[in-house]
Design a protein around this ligand. Structure first.
Ligand code: SF4
Length: 289
């Protein structure tokens, strides 16, 4: 893959995202990476700005109650991410001098930090030459290098394959990683790649005549799912100033009582909500107020 061309394209056309600007700290980049994992940029940006102002360093978030963090997470979805980030902030404040470590292995030992996030922070916050592999990168590599329409399931070889593409020069490698992700997010998209606008001079998938995908795509609906039910129940608790009675939750999801019970159980199990000694329900950490 022609790294020079891709880096040049990135420098000229990359989206001006606030977490990419100079002066943004590793902690603030880490917050953006956690939020962006399962939520689009447009929904992340306003919440990220609020969080940076509210919790500019890990110790600021660590001092906040869990419920406050869950409330501030709003409707970004998959709220366990917020709880894990809160845990991570506590570890950073307590054991790492209120700083985000630069070492991938140390990062991997932090709560809620997986293979992608650890390398994204090492690369984007500290400029390290490490492969940063998300869904977008896997798709670009599958197409441009291997001539496949889609990447298929994640595999351990993904890291090695992406690392092999990185330029030797450290600073260029970090920009190349950002460029690869940007290409997958904006041009080489899953459903309609804009190949006419692609900066890459050659692409194995195009050369192979655009072979069809052999991956069976599962359409993920949201309406009526347990995830939607969980979200509705959490909304009730987020919008209330204290613990609520069970009936308030029952009214928030009336279409299927069995599903509602399941959603409630899973929220309790995940530690996102808790039950008070007198049987009321509250956001995590707010049951004893
Ligand atoms: S030519 Fe099309 S498929 Fe190939 S990398 Fe570019 S956008 Fe993706």
């Amino acid at each position: 893959m022609d790294s020079d061309v891709l880096i040049e394209w990135y420098r000229e056309t990359a989206r001006d995202l606030p977490w990419r600007r100079p002066g943004v700290s590793a902690w603030q980049i880490l917050m953006s990476e956690i939020m962006l994992q399962q939520t689009p940029v447009v929904r992340v940006e306003p919440i990220w700005r609020e969080w940076v102002a509210r919790w500019p360093v890990p110790s600021a978030m660590a001092a906040a109650p869990q419920g406050e963090v869950l409330r501030a997470w709003g409707k970004l979805g998959y709220p366990r991410r917020a709880l894990r980030l809160h845990e991570c902030a506590q570890v950073l404040a307590r054991e790492h001098g209120d700083e985000v470590p630069a070492d991938v292995d140390v990062l991997l030992g932090l709560p809620g930090i997986g293979a992608y996030t650890a390398r994204a922070v090492a690369c984007f916050a500290y400029g390290q030459r490490v492969p940063v592999v998300d869904t977008n990168v896997r798709r670009v590599v599958a197409r441009a290098v291997h001539g496949r329409a889609e990447a298929g399931n994640p595999a351990t070889r993904d890291l090695g394959e992406t690392e092999a593409l990185l330029p030797a020069h450290i600073a260029r490698a970090a920009t190349f990683s950002a460029a690869l992700m940007e290409l997958g997010a904006t041009i080489c998209t899953a459903r309609n790649p804009a190949c006419d606008n692609c900066p890459l001079p050659s692409c194995a998938w195009i050369s192979a005549g655009r072979p069809a995908s052999d991956v069976v795509r599962r359409v993920q609906k949201f309406e009526g799912t347990d995830r939607q039910a969980r979200g509705r129940l959490l909304d009730v608790l987020r919008d209330s100033t204290g613990p609520v009675e069970r009936v308030r939750l029952d009214l928030a999801w009336t279409r299927d009582p069995g599903q509602r019970d399941r959603a409630l159980d899973s929220l309790l199990l995940d530690g996102l909500i808790e039950q008070t000694s007198d049987g009321l329900f509250a956001l995590a950490g707010e049951g004893s107020r």
